[in-house]
Design a protein around this ligand. Structure first.
Ligand code: KG4
Ligand code: ZN
Length: 338
């Protein structure tokens, strides 16, 4: 049968990304991560959309070149419709519309959160696709959700954060400690060298499957202020232990909710996605869950966990098979729900 080539374009936050898949297999996956935000300690929306405008053409060119195909060989253009930053989404949306129109091929709108989840269905050697139904936990700088996935396009959010995302908990804690942005990877690295039980932070009390991380950030801020008052060198002398303790607390919060979700739904297939799933502590805790709770866990290849074009292209491919296309008047949606 015919080979189906799909281009996926992602521009919802601060990564400009494009990927070409053939029948769900990766041909290319190009990401241009915007460095400009580092000096501000967080994503600046106006700068993000300007950088997307500069990056989108070269990133797509590179994705086609690495896939070794011409744009005329594409069967459809998939793009992120939302959720995300409006200015950023507009760049990808307008570009995808014009490209599909110019090539006279279908345009496919993709929900970014479905992309994180369906990234597990990218054909990749050595990685297993979760069977339905499964639970998907998406953890990143922008999102924290537990989703019950019954089928590709039949999914329900059963828990989500009521304030900060888990990645923000890492990044904001790191900021208090004077670490660079984003702080997640450095906290992870230092946590390996520290004692996770050196300092105790209480877990938030949130009912059901929802999360809250803003209280933890405040608790850490007050703790550090108090300790530094008594000993100005407190942070430097205890940095690894502080990082290990923060990470231990965050992982505890995530695993407690996953345990509850698994118990309530009776589902033991657990998949994760989003930038925070790079964390070595959370990976270990999931593996431990296989022995302790009988889970089977699914962790995608790192490049498919952070924001990328392949996760958008795979949803595009699945929708292409269903002939589920968007119209030219489709609009970006900053608060799009699953
Ligand atoms: O998915 P992502 O690249 O972008 C979005 O937010 O959508 O996720 C970035 C987040 C940041 O908050 C970063 O600190 C966190 O993922 N992160 C980590 C690790 N690597 C990235 N957090 C903890 N441990 C890590 N190893
Ligand atoms: Zn994301």
């Amino acid at each position: 049968s015919e080979n189906i080539y799909i281009l996926g374009i992602e521009s919802s936050c601060d990564d400009t990304a494009a990927s070409v898949l053939v029948n769900g297999k990766i041909l290319s996956n190009v990401v241009s991560s915007q460095k400009i935000h580092e000096e501000y300690g967080g994503v600046v929306p106006e700068l993000a959309s300007r950088a997307h405008q500069q990056n989108i053409v070269p990133v797509i060119h590179q994705a086609l070149k690495k896939a070794n195909i011409t744009k005329e060989q594409l069967h459809a253009i998939a793009f992120t419709k939302g959720p995300g930053l409006m200015g950023s989404l507009l760049v990808g949306t307008s570009f995808a519309k014009s490209l599909a129109y110019g090539l006279n091929i279908p345009l496919i709108d993709v929900n970014h959160m479905q992309g994180h989840i369906l990234a597990h269905f990218i054909d990749e050697e050595g990685f297993y696709k979760p069977p339905f139904p499964f639970l998907a936990m998406t953890i990143s700088g922008g999102h924290t959700q537990i989703v019950k996935v019954e089928n590709y396009f039949d999914m329900t959010v059963i828990g989500e954060t009521i304030d900060d995302a888990v990645g923000e908990a890492f990044d904001k804690s790191g900021k208090i400690l004077g670490l660079g942005y984003p702080a997640g990877p450095e906290i992870d690295k230092r946590a390996k060298l520290g004692n996770p039980k050196a300092f105790k932070f209480s877990k938030p009390k949130v009912d059901g499957l929802n999360f809250s991380f803003s209280g933890l950030k405040t608790a850490i801020l007050y703790f550090i202020q108090r300790e530094v008052k008594a000993n100005p060198n407190f942070i430097e002398e205890n940095l690894n232990d502080i990082c290990a303790s923060i990470q231990y607390t965050i992982i505890g919060i995530l695993i407690d909710k996953l345990k509850l979700a698994s118990k309530e739904t009776g589902i033991k297939h657990i998949a994760i996605g989003g930038g925070v799933s790079a964390n070595s502590g959370i990976r270990q805790a999931l593996k431990d869950g296989e022995k302790k709770f009988g889970w089977t866990t699914y962790i995608p290849k790192f490049e498919f966990t952070t924001d990328n074009g392949a996760m958008i292209a795979i949803v595009g491919y699945l929708k292409y098979l269903e002939k589920d296309f968007a119209k030219q008047d489709v609009v970006a949606s900053a608060r799009l729900k699953i």
